[in-house]
Design a protein around this ligand. Structure first.
Ligand SMILES: Nc1ncnc2c1ncn2[C@@H]1O[C@H](COP(=O)(O)OP(=O)(O)OP(=O)(O)O)[C@@H](O)[C@H]1O
Length: 289
């Protein structure tokens, strides 16, 4: 049975919406994640950091209903749940904004905002789509989130990557998401556009949603995060609340932490070897008749 995440407006900040307990997932013989525990709380941003292949996508696909887990437990508002489709996760209030947004580039911004959930019919029978109302709502909702598009009729493909992410976030908030999963929302963006997306991530958090923020970038995570989990080869290597961790430690762990120190020793040793070889070469050269 599917549990629905309680209405964000009724849930106090800090209340668990999703709890993953010792969750694991294998694709055939490949164990993608193992022993992952994390909690997504109302009004907080849970950051999941990790390099390529760390298991971030696998983790969010379980929460988003694309995959099921084969180890551990997932609780939705305290009830054990396995989603059998993305539709089920969405119905439970869990919305995912993927990096390669599913938008129709040539379609107007307002149409994309309502895509698949158009307002139809009205008091007048057979009047079709309620276009004016949809335009007004899309414009209002975007403004509420602080996104100002010049013209709501503008094709979404003409907006910047950052603005498109923001439209997707505003859309999820409007349609009542309680949990918002953001899959590397700043990965393809420059500094300014990333700043814009981070601002809307914070706005969604402040509106009471539980946000899961997937990223490679510890600086971006630290700007909005309340909790940080770093994954490496499918396992948790760091799991700390904001008051337990500094940006330096996040950056060091993401850069490879102890492994990097080891690599630097190896490179130094190699450097020593290289200069020994150079010395040897020069000596041979000098002794050649
Ligand atoms: N459908 C699949 N079939 C087989 N193996 C998979 C599948 N999806 C992911 N994997 C493997 O699971 C591991 C974790 O991959 P995952 O995509 O979850 O990591 P990620 O942290 O999201 O990486 P990236 O940042 O590159 O997307 C990797 O070893 C990957 O090759």
């Amino acid at each position: 049975m599917t549990e629905t995440v309680e209405s964000a407006s009724r849930v106090a900040t800090g209340v668990p919406l999703i709890e993953m307990i010792d969750v694991g997932k294998s694709y055939g013989a490949i164990r993608a994640i193992k022993g992952i525990s994390l909690t997504v709380r109302a009004g907080e941003v849970t950051c999941v950091l990790g390099d390529n292949g760390a298991g971030k996508s696998t983790l969010i696909k379980i929460m988003a209903g694309l995959h099921d887990h084969n180890e551990g437990t997932m609780l939705i508002s305290g009830k054990e749940t396995t989603f059998s489709s993305p539709r089920e996760a969405l119905a439970a209030g869990i919305a995912t904004v993927y990096q390669d947004l599913a938008v129709v580039g040539l379609m107007e911004t307002w149409r994309n905002f309502f895509l698949g959930a158009e307002l139809v019919g009205s008091r007048i029978p057979f009047s079709g789509l309620r276009i004016r109302e949809m335009k007004e709502i899309a414009d209002q909702e975007l403004r509420k989130m602080g996104v100002v598009v010049k013209d709501i009729d503008q094709p979404i493909g003409t907006l910047s990557g950052g603005q498109r992410q923001c439209v997707a976030i505003a859309r999820a908030v409007y349609f009542g998401a309680k949990v918002l999963i953001l899959d590397e929302p700043t990965a393809a963006l420059g500094v300014k556009q990333s700043g814009v997306v981070l601002k809307y991530t914070a706005a969604a958090r402040d509106a009471g949603l539980g946000v899961v923020f997937i990223t490679h970038n510890p600086h971006h995570a630290y700007m909005v995060g309340n909790h940080f989990t770093i994954l490496k080869l499918g396992q948790t290597v760091l799991d700390k609340r904001r008051d337990e961790v500094e940006l330096d430690e996040l950056t060091r762990q993401m850069a490879g932490g102890d492994e990097l120190t080891e690599l630097s020793h190896e490179l130094k040793a190699l450097g020593g070897m290289t200069s020994a070889i150079h010395t040897l070469d020069s000596e041979i050269e000098a002794n050649e008749p």
